[in-house]
Each structure stands twice: as C-alpha cells, then as structure tokens.
Design a protein around this ligand. Structure first.
Ligand code: GLA
Length: 354
C-alpha cells in the first residue's frame, strides 16, 4: 500500500510536492492505515548521466535524492522510484539500459525501497521474447544490492507477464494498459481484464491492475467505492494516485476504510474471482483467513438494481452471519442467499462468516 505521483501530478512532480505528500500521508492518518510507500514515478531523472555514468536526478526538481529519502524515512514511510529497462523512460528521461547494476547500486545508496521499472523505450532495444530476461537483469541487480527493494514490473500486461514476472524477481506486475480516471476504463480493467489471473497472485507476488484514481474527480462516490472494493477483492496493490494534500471527506473515507482495506490485505493473499454474472450484475468472492468470505455485489448498470449472491454460487450451505463492510453493520444471519439493492455503478461489499 502506498501512493504514486503519476495519476495526479504526471510530469510536474518535484521534491517539495513529495515532502508535502509525505507529511499529508501521516497527518491524514493514511500512513497509519498502511499507505507507507511513497513512489515517485516518471520525470524525476535527468536526461543525461554524470561523467562516471551514474544516473542522476533532474537538479531543478530533485536536488538531493538521498536527502529526500532520509526525510521520507524520518516520517516512518518508505520511498519508491522509477526507471526503464530501455535507454529512456516514457517521458524521455534517463532509463537503465546497460546500466542496470550501476543504477540499482545508486538507488540502494540513496535509500530507495521500491522500483517501478517501465518498458517504454525498451521496445526499441529488445524483442518481446526478451522481456523476462530484461526484467531479470534488474531483478538480480536489485537483489545484489542487499537492500530490500520492492520490484514493480510495468509492461502493460503483455506476453503473459503473470507467468514469468515472479521468476524475474517481480513482486508485482501491471496486468493492463494505463488506468484512466473514468468509469469505463476503470471498470473494464477491474471486472474484465483480471479474469483468469487469480492463480498467479499470492503473498510477495501480485497482479497489479494499476494505481487508484480515487479522489481524482472523474468518478462518482459510488463509482469510487466500486473501484476501491474491486481492487480490495483482487488483492491488488492499493497505491493511491490522488493529491493527498487536498482530499475531500469522501476520498479520505474511501481510502481509509479499515474493513475494506482488511479484505485487500487479508493474510491468505487470495485474489478474488467472479462467482456469478447476470448481465451487468456481478457477484465476486474472495476467501479470507478463518474461513470467512468477502463478497462483492456489483452493479455495472446505469440504474439501481437488486443483486443476489446465492449460497450455491458461493459454495456455501446453511445459515451464515453477514456484515456490511462499508456500512460497518451486522446484517444478521442468512440462509440460501443474500440480496441487496445496489446503486448504479455501485457496490455492496459484505463479509460472510464461516
Ligand atoms: C507508462 C506507465 C504509467 C506511467 C507512465 C509515466 O504509461 O504505464 O503508469 O508510469 O508511463 O510516463
């Protein structure tokens, strides 16, 4: 769990913003909820290396990376950075091609805890079939530093990445093209493009349906709750992508909901799957520790609807206690099925006890 600069700040990110976001992660309470990785995305690096071939930050934006990392660490947070297996990043900054070991050492020396490694220009220097090896080069280089650095593979879900990313050292890998701050893209990624990928996720190696757009303004409250619920059901990395310094109460309420976060962070690390689909109504399930089941009743339609989760679809029998996770209320014991009225593009997320 953490935050990444790209979805909101794009190529305007700098040292001052990162420090302010770090402070806001702590003062908003989000850090205490688990959002500890503060990840700088593209546009931090200079376009040239120094005389010794070292990657360097753009001095007008990031005058002192080690100093910034120390500051972020002093707040109890961790810091992430971004590079590419190609010669240049997507925004035209320096990539790590043919400098993998050197850059990994630089990142470790700065105190970096997380690297997002984005394919971008690598398409000009590698064949698609060379992706596993290209990613392993940096995976091995990070391991060789001796510093624990989370390794985030970003190549937009090509070449069955979920089948090989963990053996390239990846801890998470993007499964799709970039998310956008709208219902259509978010819901397509979350509902449709993760189908079949659950077997590849587990503790230490996760499918990544991309960073959150909660709080960026393009989705309604209900759509944002659907987004967050779906990512929790998918055991997805929860990487906020909004301006943490300026959040309204709805955004903070969604990002900090302890019961929904607990579904995402459940220790078994199961990725949820779709249990039933009826037109635009979907029921998803995620087995939790201690035999409980998280169940999402989703309405992808543009009008309110009743969504029913049947025990048959969920593999349950008998009577079970049901709790509404967003409302934080126990709903009572149910047999055979649980039904709820779900707003347009909305969700009712429940936990069904063993
Ligand atoms: C790609 C990635 C995004 C972001 C941008 C930065 O599009 O998929 O997540 O990192 O590059 O340029």
């Amino acid at each position: 769990m953490g935050w990444n600069s790209w979805n909101f700040f794009r190529d305007t990110i700098d040292d001052a913003i990162v420090r302010q976001v770090a402070q806001s992660l702590v003062s908003s309470g989000l850090a205490a909820k688990g959002y500890v990785y503060l990840n700088i995305d593209d546009s931090w690096a200079a376009t040239v290396r120094d005389a010794a071939g070292n990657i360097q930050s753009d001095p007008s934006r990031f005058p002192d990376m080690a100093g910034l990392a120390a500051y972020v660490h002093s707040l109890g947070l961790k810091i992430g950075i971004y590079s590419s297996p190609g010669p240049a990043t997507c925004a035209g900054r320096m990539g790590s091609y043919q400098h993998e070991a050197q850059d990994a050492q630089t990142f470790a020396a700065w105190g970096i805890d997380y690297l997002k490694y984005d394919w971008c220009s690598a398409t000009h220097v590698y064949k698609p079939s060379e992706q596993p090896a290209a990613y392993k080069l940096m995976g091995d280089a990070l391991a060789a530093t001796g510093r624990p650095i989370v390794y985030s593979i970003c190549q937009y879900g090509a070449n069955g990445v979920w089948t090989w990313a963990a053996s390239s050292g990846g801890n998470l890998w993007r499964t799709t093209h970039d998310i956008k701050d709208n219902w259509t893209v978010m819901s397509t990624i979350g509902f449709d493009q993760q189908l079949g990928l659950a077997p590849f996720a587990g503790p230490g190696h996760w499918n990544d349906p991309d960073m959150l757009e909660v709080g960026n303004g393009g989705m309604t409250f209900d759509e944002s709750k659907t987004h967050f619920s779906l990512w929790a059901m998918l055991a997805a990395p929860l990487v906020a992508g909004n301006d943490i310094r300026n959040m309204n109460s709805h955004t903070l309420e969604i990002l900090s909901d302890s019961e929904v976060i607990a579904v995402d962070q459940d220790k078994l690390g199961n990725e949820g799957t779709r249990a039933a689909v009826n037109g635009l109504l979907e029921v998803w399930q995620k087995p939790l520790a201690n035999g409980a089941l998280a169940v999402g009743l989703f309405n992808r339609g543009a009008t309110p609807a009743t969504v029913t989760a049947t025990w048959q679809d969920l593999g349950l029998a008998g009577s079970h206690a049901v709790r509404d996770l967003w409302a934080h209320v126990n709903l009572g014991d149910f047999s055979n099925e649980y039904s709820a009225s779900v707003p347009e593009h909305g969700v009712v997320l429940v936990k069904i006890a063993h």
